[in-house]
Design a protein around this ligand. Structure first.
Ligand code: MSP
Length: 524
């Protein structure tokens, strides 16, 4: 049983509808998952929803629904988003599922037994919106708290705390010794800076059930429910453990009612947790310490993406300044959306969505660049050779080969945007090659028949290889190119990108535009 490349996304809160930011993260993770499959690795891709806690409880109350009914309705919307985005996820975890709740309780029981928790009384400030306790340090010079905390109330309450302090130096050493643990590097420096300059405070891992009932009861004290972040982070191991992954099951004890019989999936440790920059501390500080306490190895990498704005402003429901991914996909097609978000924004920095930028990339890179190349290549082969592939020629073989090598390296280095740049080197070179060789002129001169054969071979072979390279990014388009080439199977293995595999004598199918030209500006 080989260990799979195990990749996860953040699990989304179901207190609202999905927007561009959520969709972007899922597409990024999907491109990584598909590119690893293309490289021949076995992959397991997990995504899901985070359904407990105050935010969700409040949203349910506002709708006059029970939290469970509310979550069931919203989870269906989020599950549908995964389908709409064409995600190749192997599982979708909901934190209200029994498989998750039972295993979170098992982790809690184990840590409690080990003495990792203690109960203490807290007197201080609490932000309901952020579900977090605040200290004097969080006050602004004028004594108020940042408005992002929402209403801040004074609280006196008992809770359970997780001893983190003992692990601080260990975590610093781990981050120093494993430079690739957090990607990109500036985010790793951020975590290290935080850990070196602050004394880690113990983490409050409970909330009194009397104040917040929508959570997983602590197995050792049902007066309390689990803090939503402890519950949510655990999903990365509860899902594999529910499939019998021996790596994840190593963190559980049979005494807690967990069936430790191994299955035939090997997943843990995760290879990549794809998350947004706002939840870095949870993934690079709390999560590693939770895992260490549970006796589990750490994930190989936390991959941190930036945040999208729209027209240089924060996306906000109140101002209506939100990009709805489903509306964009309905209007422009799924692959146009997937292309724009990965092409426009490198993995790491923040990005800015503009409708004009979207339309412009669609027109120049997809319609005029890729679409036109495939359409012209196939149409000329049809017109001049009745669709029959001529003898193998090699004009573009070396350049295409180099771009494919570069693409492979970029995939392995999380350079998804760079990967598209490598692919567009091929697109642009092939379009330039048409201009330079002018096959429409060659076709008029019978003495140039062999040269025309060579050019046509190089063009259709380039289209075939492009389908293979594009598949992780634009799976639908890649399949359509293969169909138009009348090739069997799917272009989902990079090894198929080897030059010369398109056999002479093969007859291609009908070309049809991959990205219809759009002259009208996109609707607002
Ligand atoms: N439920 C927690 C995550 C728990 S993971 C164990 C959460 N949910 S969220 O719905 O608020 O955010 C989900 C993901 O979407 C996060 O990774 C977050 O960074 C990302 N994004 C939310 N808004 C975003 C943008 N505007 N741009 C890019 N990503 C953004 O946090």
């Amino acid at each position: 049983m080989n260990k799979r490349f195990y990749i996860t996304t953040a699990i989304d809160y179901v207190n609202g509808l999905p927007h561009l930011g959520h969709a972007y993260e899922k597409v990024v993770a999907d491109v990584i998952a598909r590119s690893r499959r293309s490289l021949g690795q076995e992959v397991f891709f997990l995504t899901g929803t985070d359904e407990h806690g105050q935010k969700v409880q409040q949203a349910a109350v506002a709708m006059g629904k029970s939290p469970q009914t509310y979550c069931d309705e919203l989870a269906a919307v989020w599950q549908q988003l995964a389908v709409t985005l064409g995600l190749s996820n192997d599982d979708f975890i909901r934190t209200t599922q029994d498989r998750h709740k039972k295993l979170v309780q098992a982790i809690l029981a184990k840590l409690h037994r080990q003495g990792d928790f203690y109960k203490a009384q807290y007197t201080g400030y609490y932000s309901t919106k952020e579900e977090t306790f605040l200290t004097e340090k969080d006050r602004r010079p004028d004594g108020t708290f940042d408005p992002s905390y929402g209403e801040v109330v004074e609280l006196v309450e008992e809770n359970y705390y997780f001893r983190l302090g003992a692990h601080q130096q260990w975590l610093i050493d781990y981050l120093e010794a494993n430079p690739s643990f957090v990607y990109p590097e500036n985010r790793r420096n951020e975590v290290l800076g935080f850990l070196k300059n602050n004394q880690l405070e113990d983490l409050c891992i409970s909330r009194p059930a009397a104040r917040l009932s929508w959570g997983i009861p602590l197995p050792f004290d049902p007066q309390f429910v689990t803090y939503v972040w402890f519950d949510a982070l655990s999903n990365y191991v509860t899902a594999p453990a529910s499939h019998g992954d021996p790596g994840a099951l190593a963190g559980f004890d049979a005494v807690d009612g967990v069936d430790l019989t191994p299955g035939n999936l090997a997943l843990w440790p995760a290879d990549a947790h794809v998350i947004g920059k706002d939840i870095l501390k949870f993934h690079a500080v709390y999560w590693p310490i939770m895992l260490k306490a549970a006796g589990l190895p750490l994930p190989r990498q936390v991959v941190v993406h930036g945040w999208w704005q729209k027209d240089n402003h924060k996306m906000s429901k109140t101002t209506g300044n939100v990009v709805d991914p489903v509306a964009v996909i309905n209007e422009w097609g799924l692959d146009a959306f997937r292309f724009y978000v990965v092409r426009e924004l490198d993995l790491g920095p923040d990005g800015n969505w503009t409708d004009a930028g979207f339309a412009s990339r669609y027109q120049s890179e997809l319609a005029n660049g890729l679409g036109n190349l495939v359409n012209r290549s196939l149409s000329m082969l049809k017109r001049y050779r009745e669709g029959k592939v001529p003898a193998v020629a090699h004009d573009l073989a070396a350049e295409v080969g180099l771009a494919v090598v570069e693409l492979r390296q970029r995939w392995l280095a999380n350079q998804l945007q760079g990967g598209l740049e490598s692919i567009w080197k091929i697109v642009n070179r092939a379009n330039q090659y048409i201009d330079q060789t002018a096959p429409f002129k060659l076709a008029k001169d019978p003495a140039q028949a062999q040269r025309l054969d060579e050019v046509l071979y190089c063009l259709v072979e380039t289209c075939r290889i492009l389908a293979v390279c594009l598949q992780p990014y634009l799976p639908g388009t890649a399949t359509r190119i293969f169909q138009q080439l009348n090739l069997p199977g799917t272009p989902d293995r990079l090894e198929q990108a080897q030059w010369g595999r398109l056999l002479p004598g093969h007859v291609v199918g009908e070309p049809s535009p991959l990205f219809p030209r759009r002259d009208a500006p996109p609707k607002k």
